[in-house]
Ligand binder design. Sequence first.
Ligand SMILES: Cc1ncc(COP(=O)(O)O)c(C=O)c1O
Length: 465
Amino acid sequence: MTPAMLLSDTPRQLAARDHLLLHFARNGSPAPLLVLERGEGPFVFDQDGNRYLDALSSLFCAQLGYSYGEEMGQVAASQLNELAFSTVWGAAHPAAIDLSARLAELLPGDLDHVFFTGGGSESVEAAWKLVKTYHNANGEPQRTKAIARDRAYHGVTLGALSFTGVPGYKEPFGAPAIEVAHVSNTNAFRNQRPGEDEDAFCARLLAEIEEAVQREGPETVAMIIAEPVQNAGGCLVPPRGYWPGLRAIADRHGILLVADEVICGFGRLGEWLGVSRYGALPDLVTTAKGITSAYAPMGAVITNDRVAGPLYDDGRTLMHGITFAGHPLCAAIALRNLEIFEREGVLDNVRTLEPHLQARLDELRALPIVGDVRGAGFFWAIELVKDDENTRLDADEREHLLRRYLPGRLLEAGLIARADDRGDAVLHIAPPLISDREILDLLADRLAEVLTDAGSVLPTRRTIA
Ligand SMILES: Cc1ncc(COP(=O)(O)O)c(C=O)c1O
């Protein structure tokens, strides 16, 4: 079967339509296919030389932008010449050892033990296995359940999919591998009740989690997993006291607390770990994406002395392993990535410019189509609504605006951002962490143009769609 094609398709676009299955995409769509060929600083360029500000950092990965290719290339060449590959299965190599030691130094508390993976979903699944190993070693094999949050995305491989709280991603694939109770997320814009202040909102959310633990049976719950700021649903920041509250619930019931830092880690919120902003120390963190700034694919779970303890018992085998995890090439690049972060003051850049980015995005609230602007660091979402009453867009409007109008209009404005409705309709904004004030201004100016136009196409959607 041949997918739809356009007369203007180049041979490479045609080849893509014939052979390349795009992830999370309508592969039969006749829309022009964006083919990105080159990157420079925070910009990417398509095959016609059009320049786009990558305001999504290639799915929250390109923390350093695209101009470190030469330096990373030298790191890669020298590692490949020295030792192209070796596993971390029962043996080790210098790059993985040095990276694990560096991560232990940089991350807070006793998050000192690193299990490498190939990406975010693998990190989430490995975290589950570490958690289970810990409970089994402590004579509690009955802890087989987890708590996660509605709409949260924790990956789509079959184990990680259990924790993901987006029904449409799960339903086609049958019963989840792991029993997970999903609880409310921290969407204050939609769910904070009139007259309820931040503290009361937080207390209500935590009470719901406590109830879920009681309902499931506290002795059966192995872990609670949450992102510091939840991406799906649109940058759902936690209310004050939420993370210490999660920590307290976990401690009360012998449950392990996992921060999924796949997006929030490595500078997205201006810290090595996003959760550091919210006053709690988890037992495990899952990471990927920014750990290499996407100059190579890698993930890692980092855990504390308590969870790692049983793994050092004489005679115990860690029953998990992934061939390419801790690949020397990726480990060497991750190490250099961390070095560049420090050399270039990347965390400071995010901390210094966060208020400016927030102020510029807040200006968009004046547009009737903008219901909310929320986020932290260089991680923001703009919720799109029908009117000044913040009425939700209906299914037709979301289809028209998010899938047909905005993708093309954003590109026309020279921007890559993501329109998404896994929860309510939002536009995700996450520029590379090396972006300066001028780049952030360019982003905000272009967004203002696009959203002004988007507001005016809504009422006429039926004739345009
Ligand atoms: C919070 C979170 N966890 C896990 C994942 C899965 O990561 P990957 O796509 O690398 O498997 C993602 C991916 O975006 C994520 O955002």
